[in-house]
Design a protein around this ligand. Structure first.
Ligand SMILES: *Cc1c(COP(=O)(O)O)cnc(C)c1O
Ligand code: SF4
Length: 341
């Protein structure tokens, strides 16, 4: 099987019904679609299927949903860089992914050809990092940086290693889970670095961890890379204590340390995935009772408008009314927040 990218591909493979084709075409006009052979293989599991298969629910866009839910644009000094926190930047060399998650918080950007950095733009982005000595950590994200060619990725990592004040390189990726065949010897070689290099894997359900995926992750871990995970709390996919417990245990068993559990963002057309903050807190509090500390991620919320991530617990977020919240940001300002379910 190959990658499926159009509504007619989906129809041909009987993944959508004939009477849905018009709606799905509309969805695909707005938000990219791509399913890899690996994820299609796991489609018998609802927890996987719903993450990737476009649905007409995405056409329901609420007025409160944002094109740029976490405010990246405001913190973009040069194309490809997001500099929100003093000591670290995001470097986004491309905006394509092997698969497109239906709840993606950058769904307005991913898959857009004009978002890919050209050679000159990449140089400018790297110069920005060189010129800002306070940047201690560079986070490669996008899009999926591991879908760059080995040559291109290698060149970027070489440049980052040559910048004295950059001490930490972090790569956010979904490739080992959605296209494990791309974890090749060549890739392992490219990732073998002198500077501390961390890989953060995006994984939302233990059903994503097929034997092939586990093998790919094991190879990464054996090559010496520290592996962490981030997950998004998603309705019907992992919004129960049992499901998350299974996910975090499964990750830790393959040497992936759960890092963040993200409260779902206010991305456009994603209300069918959203879980209330109250519910998220209940689930994470229950996890605290049964699960090893090593397997516990930090539950975080990215404050809309680019105000940064805060832990989703009571120390930063207080209830201010019925389903209404007051958030203390990292700048010690206060903003109102609602889930808009
Ligand atoms: C999430 C994010 C980071 C990384 O934050 P950590 O809390 O260090 O994982 C860095 N920059 C931006 C703009 C982010 O959105
Ligand atoms: S892999 Fe990440 S950037 Fe790509 S579609 Fe999924 S959530 Fe968005």
């Amino acid at each position: 099987m190959t990658y499926l990218r159009t509504s007619s591909d989906l129809l041909k493979h009987k993944l959508i019904a004939e009477d849905k084709i018009e709606a799905i075409e509309k969805v695909a006009e707005q938000f990219q679609v791509s399913l890899s052979p690996e994820v299609i293989k796991a489609f018998e599991h609802e927890e996987v299927r719903q993450q990737y298969l476009p649905s007409e629910n995405e056409l329901k866009i609420l007025p409160e949903e944002l094109r740029d839910p976490i405010g990246d644009q405001t913190f973009t000094p040069v194309k490809g860089i997001t500099h929100r926190y003093p000591d670290r930047v995001l470097l986004k060399p491309l905006h394509t992914c092997s698969v497109y998650c239906r709840f993606c918080f950058r769904r307005e950007k991913v898959g857009q050809a004009d978002e890919i950095l050209r050679q000159g733009e990449l140089k400018k982005a790297l110069n920005y990092i060189k010129d800002h000595k306070e940047i201690w950590e560079v986070i490669l994200t996008g899009g999926d940086p591991l879908s760059l060619s080995a040559k291109k990725l290698s060149a970027i990592l070489d440049e980052l290693e040559a910048i004295e004040h950059v001490k930490i390189i972090r790569i956010h990726t979904r490739i080992p889970l959605v296209a494990p065949e791309k974890v090749t010897d060549e890739l392992l070689e490219v990732l073998d670095r002198e500077k501390a290099t961390y890989l953060i894997l995006h994984c939302n359900s233990h059903k994503e961890l097929s034997d092939d995926v586990k093998k790919a992750i094991k190879r990464l871990s054996k090559s010496g890379l520290p592996l962490l995970s981030q997950s998004v709390l998603l309705k019907n996919i992992n919004d129960s204590t049992e499901k998350l417990e299974k996910l975090f245990r499964s990750l830790l068993e393959i040497r992936v340390k759960p890092y963040y559990l993200h409260h779902p963002d206010l991305a456009q057309g994603t209300s069918h995935f959203r879980v209330s903050l109250e519910n998220g807190r209940q689930i994470t509090a229950d996890l605290r009772k049964t699960l090893s500390g090593l397997a516990q991620p930090l539950y975080v919320l990215d404050v809309p408008g680019g105000l940064g991530k805060v832990p989703a617990g009571k120390e930063f977020i207080q209830e201010s009314g019925k389903e209404a919240w007051k958030i203390q940001t990292i700048h010690d300002t206060f903003v109102d927040y609602q889930d808009y379910l």
